[in-house]
Design a protein around this ligand. Structure first.
Ligand SMILES: Cc1ncc(C[n+]2csc(CCOP(=O)(O)OP(=O)(O)O)c2C)c(N)n1
Length: 637
């Protein structure tokens, strides 16, 4: 019986002796390596917090004491120890446990997340509710140093620090975001860890104060006592946090279970806001991940002995990679182009632009709102910024998009990667709302390419506009190889592309839905339903002329988009088709992602679930065609 078999919940963990805990850590690591090498998933973040997770559940009385993990991507050891070890084998698969934490999944998952820097705010809310309800439990937020680049964390510290709420923040500092961490706070934290002066002075002052206690009398004693608080504050490493009203403890070794347990036990007894600074190594225990935590942040299946990636090579690159490559070509052609990432150089494929043009590349940290307003500032001075942020994370910047970019009609290009269904990351990472939220913004051009070449043509065109320009592309591979930018023909602004001319039934497809629509049309042709397929690469402004032609010549129109059906392209077209209905009746079907939360599964499974696979498109097209008079539908040619 392995030690993990004895731990069905943290209650079992708490029956173990402190000496047994390292064996638990070894068991959790082994389990993580075994499962993730088969399933893929977040890897280095969880390996780095194995001891911290054990110590937290060992010292705190979870789930009565509330443990709130920031992002949740480091939550795999937490899952293993909170009764989900068996299901863990199906992590991120359809019907298996989520890759993040979810209130639906376990009472130990106190607050769901996926986006960074929400934990301190949520923890303060929970601590405040506890006090309003006269309850009695501890609240602990665990946040990474990468997430501490987000302004939200400081809004929460600011709010919490002037209260006397019983609240504990654990800062898990591994000096990494997904990529090496950036910014002044990062420098400050690194200073605490590495500066020998800080550590020496801190130890000396501590010793001096301890030695002096009871040894001084009269006014001198009073003076020292008065100075003590100030001296402690002055020489405490985490002065910033102390000044913000948090009692700072640390830095402590996050892989030393005894230190962790003893420190947390002590801190648990105190009251008021306090912050424990824990130093960990991302990827701890798997040497390849320790050496290269960027690559091993999220892993695809690998050989657990050699570390070799077992995933087969695909014929075409990911949109992300094609985008990154094209961006470098554009950077070579135009010295006024700058690129902004919010802590995602590798995820957005823009890192190569940064390597090539370091002066024109800006990693602003996990600070999407700031990144957009920073880009707006650049644009006022003639720089042409490309803001490359995943669709889901750009949600954070909506006010900046409207207030700082659109109202001032500044030429900022928004490259929205992961537009659409994102697969195994699940609900928190879905790029389903960008069409709706961008269409609502005046002055915004909203586009989606059908393939990689068109993506680059649109990017190039976007950089020529004097207005904000949004470009969305999916978490998928491009359908066909992408030529060099110089060989890609231009796209005419505001135009659609009629790819196939049929009779009576038309499919107006957006971005990723163009190829499936073409395939559906080919299948339907064999059944005698001859459909027109239009690539609606411009959602706004849309191609009024082509729409008028479609409306005049087709009785059944399907709009197809990989985005929410609520206020998306289909809704826009429903309104646009209205005046054309006077000429003849039009059946309009809106195909898109239904208005509900889509759970984690593969992207293909999600597309089928949402009725956006080729089979479903054929079915809806048949039904729409069937509602037309028979002589309008059946091709006799
Ligand atoms: C708003 C937002 N932007 C970007 C991301 C992508 N992301 C996931 S984890 C991560 C790094 C977080 O670093 P840290 O908090 O230090 O955790 P670590 O992975 O180092 O354990 C980033 C940028 C995100 N989850 N949320």
């Amino acid at each position: 019986m392995s030690i993990l078999d004895r731990i069905q919940s943290p209650v079992d963990l708490r029956t173990l002796t402190q000496e047994e805990l390292p064996a638990v850590a070894a068991g959790v690591r082994e389990r993580m390596v075994d499962v993730i090498s088969r399933t893929g998933g977040h890897f280095a973040p969880g390996l780095g917090v194995v001891e911290l997770t054990i110590a937290l559940h060992y010292v705190f009385n979870t789930p009565d004491d509330k443990l709130i993990w920031d992002v949740g991507h480091q939550g795999y050891p937490h899952k293993i120890l909170t009764g989900r070890n068996e299901e863990f084998a199906r992590i991120r698969a359809k019907g298996g446990p989520s890759g993040f934490l979810s209130r639906k999944e376990s009472e130990y998952d106190v607050f769901g997340a996926g986006h960074a820097a929400t934990s301190i705010s949520a923890a303060l809310g929970i601590a405040t509710a506890r006090d309003l309800n006269n309850d009695d439990f501890k609240v602990v937020a665990v946040i990474g140093d990468g997430s501490m680049t987000s302004g939200i964390a400081y809004e929460a510290l600011n709010n919490a620090g002037h209260t006397d709420r019983d609240l504990i923040v654990v800062l898990n500092d591994n000096e990494m975001s997904i990529s090496p961490n950036v910014g002044a706070i990062h420098k400050y934290l690194t200073g605490i860890i590495t500066n020998p002066f800080y550590n020496r002075i801190r130890d000396e002052v501590k010793q001096f104060l301890q030695r002096s206690e009871g040894g001084l009398t009269g006014r001198l004693e009073q003076l020292v006592l008065k100075m003590e608080e100030g001296a402690k504050g002055f020489f405490t490493a985490g002065m910033l946090f102390e000044e913000l009203g948090f009692r700072y403890v640390g830095p402590i070794d996050g892989h030393d279970l005894d230190t962790l347990v003893e420190t947390l036990r002590e801190v648990r007894k105190w009251d008021g806001p306090r912050l424990v600074h824990v130093i960990t190594k991302k990827g701890k225990g798997f040497p390849l991940a320790e050496q290269n935590p960027v690559v091993w942040h999220g892993a695809t299946p690998f050989d657990k002995i050699s570390g070799e990636i077992t995933k087969k090579k695909t014929a075409t690159p990911a949109y992300t990679a094609a985008f990154g490559k094209g961006l470098v070509e554009l950077g070579e052609q135009r010295s006024d182009v700058a690129v902004i990432t919010a802590a995602m150089p590798s995820g957005t494929g823009t890192g190569t632009f940064g390597d090539t043009f370091p002066d024109r590349y800006f990693d602003v940290g996990i600070a999407e709102g700031h990144g957009v307003t920073f880009a707006a500032g650049l644009a006022t001075e003639g720089i042409r910024p490309v803001v490359a942020i995943y669709s889901t994370f750009l949600q954070r910047a909506y006010d900046s998009i409207i207030h700082d970019v659109a109202i001032q009609k500044l030429p900022v290009v928004f490259a929205m990667d992961r537009g659409g269904l994102v697969g195994n990351d699940g609900p928190t990472h879905m790029g389903l709302y960008d069409i709706a939220y961008m269409l609502a913004v005046p002055n915004m051009v909203v586009t989606a390419p059908k393939d990689g070449a068109e993506m680059l043509a649109l990017l190039r065109l976007g950089l020529e506009q004097d207005a904000p320009f949004a470009l969305r592309y999916p978490r998928a591979n491009v359908p066909a190889p992408v030529p060099a930018l110089s060989e890609i023909p231009p796209v005419e602004f505001g135009t659609w592309e009629v790819l196939r001319t049929g009779r009576h039934t038309a499919m107006l497809a957006v971005g990723t839905m163009v190829m499936p629509a073409l395939e559906a049309a080919q299948r339907l042709a064999a059944e005698g339903i001859d459909a027109t397929v239009v690539n609606c690469r411009f959602m706004k402004p849309y191609d009024e002329q082509t729409l008028a032609w479609v409306a005049a010549n087709h009785g059944a129109i399907l709009t197809i988009e990989e985005g929410s059906v609520v206020n998306g392209f289909g809704t826009l077209m429903a309104a646009a088709l209205e005046p054309h209905r006077h000429e003849h009746p039009i059946v309009h079907e809106i195909l898109g992602v239904p208005d509900r939360i889509i759970q984690h599964a593969s992207r293909e499974e999600q597309l089928a679930e949402c009725g956006l696979d080729v089979d479903s498109i054929c079915e809806r097209a048949r039904a729409a065609a069937a509602s037309l008079p028979i002589d309008m539908v059946r091709s006799t040619a």
